[in-house]
Design a protein. Structure first.
Length: 157
């Protein structure tokens, strides 16, 4: 009799464990969305069934998640548009923060007039006539490197 009770208990425990793991898998697959960022997650509602969940300004439902199409790396400008690894999503467009003068180093970091974006830093533009290389010297890597150091020095001063 004792063996029978222990066997029934083992079956009951294994059933409840598998039900809990199924519940966790279901909740993960639904990717729960919080209401207005207030903290509590509701795994029973997703924005594909209830779009009003994405009530925050600029939020849209993409693949059952609320996202900001202006800044989301995987939904840039529209659902499913992914920015390449070297680009970021700014104002709904994939841009290079290394060279984009309006988004230099990050979104909305505008270099301004007379500056350009070089490797994510705003640097003053140097007019070609002010760049002086030694006479008759062919353009070499060392010349470009000294020009870069000059620009970098101007930035840090």
């Amino acid at each position: 009799m004792l063996a029978m009770v222990m066997a029934l208990e083992a079956i009951t425990l294994s059933t409840s464990i598998s039900e809990n793991s199924d519940h966790r898998r279901l909740a993960d697959s639904q990717m729960p969305t919080s209401f207005g960022g207030a903290g509590g997650f509701r795994p029973f509602f997703t924005c594909d069934k209830r779009p009003e969940i994405c009530s925050t300004k600029g939020q849209f439902c993409c693949n059952r998640r609320c996202v900001d199409l202006k800044t989301d790396q995987y939904n840039c400008g529209r659902c499913g548009r992914t920015c390449n690894y070297s680009k970021i999503c700014c104002e709904g467009k994939c841009v290079s923060p290394l060279s984009n003068e309006k988004h230099c180093g990050g979104c909305n970091n505008n270099c301004g007039k007379g500056s350009s974006c070089l490797y994510a830093y705003c640097v003053p533009s140097i007019a070609p006539e002010k760049v002086q290389l030694e006479e008759q010297e062919p353009l070499r890597y060392s010349s470009l490197l000294s020009l870069f150091h000059h620009r970098h020095h101007v930035i840090s001063s």
